[in-house]
Design a protein around this ligand. Structure first.
Ligand code: SF4
Length: 438
């Protein structure tokens, strides 16, 4: 193992993440563990002794992007020791094995222990080492007790992994294994560490975080526990399944000064026959009820969702149901995904398939609706004062987010990184609100 690392000659590592926030959180964990063992982290794209690519397999496009990222890395940096880890590595070992220049492939169960599997001298021998178990254990929540590292102003905190739901189109549940939750005390300790490191906002991440269940503690207990941490200012719930959003959760959000007024609740379709075929656990009415209750109960809440178009059997009528539902509901923004067949999913065998051109057109129409809704939501705030956590500066302007997830831009000569300021909103530019700092 790499135990004899000297400060003056530290090996370098660059890391790249594809996919979701949970993957980002896990890359941060891998980065930190390598840092603790003497590696120096350099930006991705720069020459490095070791390159880690943490992959995603949510769609076939995601798979293609992973292969492209690996190939580009090998081409640009042929001497680097290349480790490909994560969801795509879990699902496509044989494909990745054939990409020349890959040295290590690690599936999801062991990826956070990447360091243990590295060649002592980062020596490339032309044959990748594969660390992979086809069945991911239910028993263990695989996370090392390392410190935290995050390159963003908002820190991702992983509280859960895996999923026991069986949505017909989803490969993620297979790639990440059964649902398991992180120890409650471990979450609280990490939360305190993050605050100690200066983070003001924590984003709770996982595959199906609303199903958190550990030693009798629920997702609500996690929220209450984190809320009690002194110095923490914002707790953001990342994507959460509709059936796990209770009225009690919404009531709690309404009363809490720290829980961000933001819910991202995946819908997928606004038609009950499609939802049933997708094996989603909610109906259209249930989804409508949650969204309307949240909008009534939590003033100014930003509600987002995911929509899938072109699922097998989605005719014009079903598509129109989805379009109407999403247009009518108080949804601030949504992401549109186009269904594509994935081997290994139940929907792979379903018929009739929707023609490519029709899927493309539905995608375009939904994106248009999404843009209109987002603009209307943003414009309804013009003239108001909001609190913004600033994250980055671009071309002399500062960008950040409100707690209800609106992107805001403001000019300032001060260094506003990780600062929360009051901003008076005066207009919009594309998908950003423009404001003046008070
Ligand atoms: S809830 Fe459904 S879509 Fe989400 S990870 Fe679980 S199976 Fe996949």
């Amino acid at each position: 193992m790499l135990t004899q690392l000297h400060k003056e000659n530290r090996p370098t590592v660059s890391l790249h993440t594809l996919g979701c926030r949970l993957n980002q959180a896990e890359t941060a964990i891998i980065a930190r563990s390598l840092q603790q063992r003497g590696f120096e982290i350099v930006p991705f794209g720069q020459p490095a002794d070791l390159t880690v690519i943490n992959t995603c397999t949510v769609t076939e496009q995601a798979d293609a992007k992973c292969r492209q990222a690996v190939r580009q890395t090998v081409r640009k940096n042929p001497d680097a020791y290349v480790a490909v880890v994560g969801c795509y590595a879990q699902m496509a070992v044989d494909t990745i094995r054939q990409i020349e220049g890959v040295d290590l492939i690690i599936g999801n169960e062991h990826k956070l222990r990447l360091y243990d599997f590295l060649d002592e001298n980062l020596h490339k021998n032309g044959q990748p080492v594969v660390i992979h178990s086809s069945k991911i254990s239910r028993e263990e929540f695989v996370i090392e007790s390392v410190g935290l590292y995050d390159t963003h102003t908002r820190a991702n905190l992983k509280i859960q992994d895996g999923c026991n739901f069986v949505c017909s189109f989803c490969i993620v549940a297979t790639a990440r294994g059964p649902a398991r939750s992180r120890q409650f005390d471990d979450i609280m300790n990490k939360g305190r560490q993050l605050v100690h490191m200066g983070f003001k906002e924590i984003v709770l991440t996982g595959v199906n975080i609303g199903t958190y269940d550990q030693d009798g503690k629920t997702f609500m207990d996690v929220l209450r526990g984190l809320e009690a941490i002194e110095g923490l200012q914002r707790i953001r719930i990342s994507s959460i399944e509709p059936t796990t959003v209770s009225r009690a959760l919404i009531d709690y959000m309404a009363d809490s000064p720290k829980i961000c007024r933001h819910l991202h609740i995946p819908l997928q379709s606004g038609d009950d026959t499609i939802l049933k075929s997708m094996r989603r656990k909610h109906t259209v009415d249930e989804f409508r009820d949650i969204v309307e209750y949240a909008a009534r109960t939590v003033p100014d809440i930003g509600i987002g969702t995911d929509i899938m178009v072109g699922y097998p059997g989605e005719g014009q009528e079903q598509f129109v149901h989805t379009k109407k539902l999403i247009t009518d509901l108080p949804i601030a923004y949504f992401h549109v995904f186009t269904y594509s067949d994935r081997k290994g999913t139940t929907s792979f065998k379903l018929k009739p398939k929707v023609e490519h051109a029709v899927k493309k057109e539905r995608n375009r129409m939904m994106i248009e609706v999404g843009q209109r809704k987002k603009t209307a939501f943003y414009q309804s705030f013009i003239g108001r004062r909001v609190r913004v956590l600033f994250e980055e500066q671009q071309h002399g302007r500062w960008y950040g987010f409100t707690d209800n997830y609106m992107r805001v831009r403001a000019g300032s000569d001060e260094n506003l990184k990780n600062e929360i300021r009051t901003v008076r909103l005066v207009g919009t530019a594309g998908d950003t609100l423009i404001g003046d700092i008070e």
